[in-house]
Ligand binder design. Structure first.
Ligand code: GCB
Length: 876
């Protein structure tokens, strides 16, 4: 079907053409273009928008807390020619977040709850023919205790964010009213290496007042498009009824089996014809022969062979677009995931665009698909019913994608309960019971509806899932494990897995989520938990991979997350973004993406130097820098400025080389027999700042990591204790660094994009020295008051500790600021002058003479001083 996103007139033309053609055939038109939209409940001012659309693409990322959750109104006029009168007309909405009420010419056409599944409304009875028809959609993304998901770690962008279709059909057609499925379901009874057969269940609707004699034609084509079999049936459909029939195809001998390595597809085509052979309706689908199973001791099996599944989770939003992402960009994600060498995607935590599942069929990616019953359940009949309906829509709409091998329905359903300090013990016990009840209903229903798929559920690290026995319901259990981040240390993963396996020997388990946050601008030679360095991200992922590969019983793992994603309440080093992606929010890969590619993609040889050439590198009092290099080659040679400096061997995709960079421009080349990569890097190398030449020099105080400040093109060096001819503090301690978690560190700081500098700081420092040469400098000091009251609840820290934030916001500290004995700021009181959590800078010009270097003196008047960063810029 073609898309005319910006040509609504063409859409109408198509409707005309169809109407004037002699045959009345099914017609699908995408009506994305030129809708009127407003958030104004008086509906007086409208703007014109195209679908996909969300009203939260900006406000979910701005400096103000929160984002608009409420009502949005859409409307559109569509001309329907008189010739279309004999047809049945449907509106199909592929995704409206999260509740929609649709009206046609003022009449109520239907309501739909849930933002991630499609719905169809038959609007024929409301239409005027040979006239314009007004379509109105009232969309609501407010919190609704009866619609899953409830409190979650992702933004609920409101709007009509997937395509809208107008489908006009002859009176007999494949049903569109069975939970918005395509009206047919493909099954594969008895698939093996030797033979396979296909069974297609078709729902045929007859809207006529008389019965109809039709012909149903079901054919299967091979990968080259050659039809290999066709089944033809005469069907008599009674007036105003739906006819259900099953077509069994003859056996196919030695079928080409489907796998991620060899995604052999066949193609199914269904035609409904009238008795004269005119096509009334047609449908098609990928079909593929594969079977899967799990074994508690041996893991996952694909087509009878053991198979480790390794891949990613994916959220659907994208930097700058919110949830309204052009399909081409979304499809690019799937290609990126495939090229990384992944063999599985978990579409978490909700069904995503169908086009992507089709691409998974074609590229070869196993799929886990699920509905957004996440973190908690509301004990109302409405919540239960909406969840069940959502799962029915999900199963029926995604049933025919052969890539889908796992159907899920719940994620960490006891997360809120565990951190709930308001409910009574009895209420908590009740919550365990009713959440289990819903899980059981969803499990039974999924097994019944989708008998050839695995059922799955994801849990967080807590015994409550074992105690309640909810973990025994699904065929496969996914543990979301954040050892080395929210919990304990990285090696605790293996201990946990072994313990679970021993205690629950009949359970098949995988790791459905894991991973630390990482920021491409943050780097360290001494990476640690919670520092957001790419180096720590590598350590954690690599170790998880090793621990999973060492255990046959573990089915596999899916990293959290393929890409950074919007989570409005979060405040990490990038405000409102969950930063656990293997690629950034704009899909630029982080270093870790290349490490996975080195291990998993054996087809495309490549070499990647894990350094960002854009970012200047500092080697202060450091002779060599250890650089990580990723490759799926066996060995390579490393050249610096044309000289061979090392010969490396890659183990599990990784080799490290100590590079003796020189001051200035460096060309680093790594070459194997067939591949090479070269990076040109700007290096500032010095063991004596007094004799150094630089334009800008920045220091990230209170921190062991460097931060690349794009705006100034400076990499701020980590802090250190002062030593002669270099820089550093004489006193003070890193603010809250001992806490090992990011609580207490200010987040979502207003007026800056440099959280990496502001968030860490020295507290109680009175003397800081930088031994720069004599000259004129512009000195910028960076401050933030860390104890400003925060309204951000860091629930995803998964810890019972309380944030340090809710303290008195006034007069935390007052101090004088001196630069080389000149008082540049007197009675500096951050809390008083900047009552909001605000990134504050003080900039002064200073002349440094007599080899005295730069001395920053902070003299406390009340409380302890703070200082987050220093930028020194040469001015003469
Ligand atoms: C989880 C959740 C996921 C969160 C993730 C995190 O366990 O399932 O929705 O985004 O942790 O990053 O904390």
């Amino acid at each position: 079907m073609m898309k005319y996103q910006n040509h609504s007139i063409r859409n109408l033309l198509i409707l005309f053409c169809v109407a004037f053609s002699s045959q009345l055939i099914a017609q699908k038109t995408i009506i994305n273009s030129g809708w009127q939209f407003t958030l104004d409940t008086t509906k007086t001012k409208w703007e014109t928008v195209n679908i996909p659309h969300t009203w939260n693409k900006d406000d979910a990322f701005d400096d103000e807390g929160g984002y608009f959750r409420g009502l949005g109104f859409y409307q559109k006029q569509v001309y329907v020619p008189i010739e279309k009168k004999g047809l049945i007309h449907y509106l199909r909405f592929k995704g409206v977040n999260q509740e929609a009420n649709v009206y046609v010419n003022g009449s109520f056409a239907g309501n739909h709850k849930g933002g991630y599944t499609a719905f169809n409304f038959n609007i024929t009875e409301f239409l005027k023919f040979g006239a314009y028809n007004l379509i109105e959609v009232k969309v609501d993304n407010s919190y609704n205790a009866n619609i899953p998901p409830l409190d979650i770690d992702f933004t609920i962008y409101g709007g009509i964010y997937r395509d809208v279709e107008w489908i006009a059909l002859p009176k007999q057609h494949l049903a569109l009213n069975d939970f918005a499925s395509e009206g047919f379901y493909v099954d594969y009874p008895n698939v093996s290496k030797e033979k396979a057969s296909v069974e297609v269940s078709v729902l045929l609707d007859n809207f006529d007042v008389k019965s109809a004699s039709n012909i149903l034609e079901v054919s299967i084509a091979d990968a080259d498009g050659k039809i290999i079999q066709t089944e033809i049936r005469k069907v008599e459909i009674n007036a105003k009824t739906t006819e259900k029939l099953k077509i069994h195809s003859p056996e196919i001998r030695n079928p080409n089996l489907w796998s991620p390595e060899r995604p052999n597809l066949y193609h199914l085509q269904i035609f409904l014809k009238d008795k004269n052979g005119t096509i009334l309706d047609e449908k098609s689908s990928n079909i593929a022969f594969r079977w899967v199973s799990v074994n508690p001791n041996k893991g996952f099996f694909l087509n009878g062979e053991p198979y480790k599944i390794i891949g990613v989770n994916r959220h659907q939003d994208y930097e700058g677009y919110g949830s309204a992402v052009p399909m081409q960009l979304q499809e690019k994600d799937i290609h990126l995931i495939k090229n990384m060498g992944a063999n599985v995607i978990r579409f978490a935590h909700y069904p995503q665009a169908q086009e992507l599942y089709k691409l998974c069929d074609e590229l070869g990616l196993l799929v886990w698909s699920e509905i957004p019953v996440v973190n908690k359940v509301t004990n109302t009949p409405e919540f239960f019913e909406t969840s069940m309906t959502m799962q029915e829509e999900h199963l029926k709409q995604y049933y025919n994608f052969p890539s889908v091998v796992m159907f899920g329905y719940m994620n960490e359903i006891f997360l809120r309960l565990v951190f709930d300090n308001k409910s009574t013990d009895q209420e908590k016990e009740d919550a365990k019971i009713y959440s289990y009840e819903l899980a059981k209903k969803l499990e039974d229903f999924t097994r019944k509806m989708a008998p050839n798929r695995l059922t799955v559920m994801a849990l967080h690290f807590n015994e409550v899932y074992n105690d309640t026995k909810i973990a025994d319901l699904s065929m496969l259990i996914g543990w979301n494990l954040y050892f080395g981040w929210y919990n304990d240390t990285i090696p605790d993963l293996g201990i946990f897995l072994d313990d679970q396996h021993q205690r629950f020997p009949n359970r098949s388990i995988m790791i459905s989520e894991y991973g630390p946050g990482a920021d491409v601008n943050i780097s360290s030679t001494t990476p640690k938990k919670y520092d957001y360095t790419q180096e720590y991200q590598l350590i954690l992922h690599k170790s998880y991979y090793d621990q999973v590969m060492a255990r046959d019983f573990v089915v596999g793992m899916t990293a959290w997350n393929f890409a950074d994603f919007g989570s409005e309440f979060r405040g990490e080093t990038i405000p409102h973004v969950n930063q656990k992606g293997l690629v950034q929010y704009n899909r630029e890969p982080k270093a870790i993406y290349y490490w996975y590619k080195a291990v998993l993609n054996t087809k495309e040889p490549f070499i990647h130097i894990a350094l960002n050439a854009e970012q200047p590198l500092n080697l202060i009092d450091e002779d060599k820098r250890t650089v990580s290099i990723f490759s799926n080659e066996k060995k390579a040679e490393v050249f610096l400025n044309g000289e061979l400096v090392d010969a490396i061997t890659f183990i599990n995709g990784l080799a490290k080389a100590d590079i003796p960079f020189i001051n200035g421009e460096n060309e680093l080349k790594v070459a194997s027999d067939s591949q090479e990569e070269t990076k040109t890097l700007q290096v500032f190398k010095s063991d004596n700042l007094k004799t150094a030449h630089f334009k800008r020099f920045g220091i990230n105080l209170g921190s062991h990591f460097s931060f690349y400040d794009q705006e100034n093109n400076v990499t701020f060096v980590p802090d250190r204790k002062y030593s002669e001819n270099l820089y550093g503090h004489f006193d003070g301690t890193p603010y809250n660094i001992t806490k090992d978690k990011n609580q207490g560190i200010p987040n979502n700081i207003k007026n800056t994009k440099k959280e990496g500098i502001f968030q860490t700081m020295l507290e109680g420092c009175t003397i800081y020295k930088v031994d720069v040469p004599n000259g004129k400098y512009q000195i910028t000091l960076y401050f933030v008051e860390p104890q400003i009251k925060s309204n951000i609840e860091m629930v995803f820290n998964l810890t019972a500790e309380k944030a340090l934030s809710n303290q008195d916001t006034k007069k935390q500290r007052v101090f004088d600021v001196f630069l080389n004995d000149i008082l540049v700021e007197s009675h500096f009181d951050l809390a008083k002058t900047f009552p909001d959590k605000y990134g504050v800078t003080l900039t002064n010009i200073v002349n440094i003479r007599n080899n005295e270097g730069l001395s920053i003196n902070l003299k406390p008047i009340e409380g302890k001083t703070v200082l987050s960063g220093v930028l020194i810029e040469k001015k003469d």
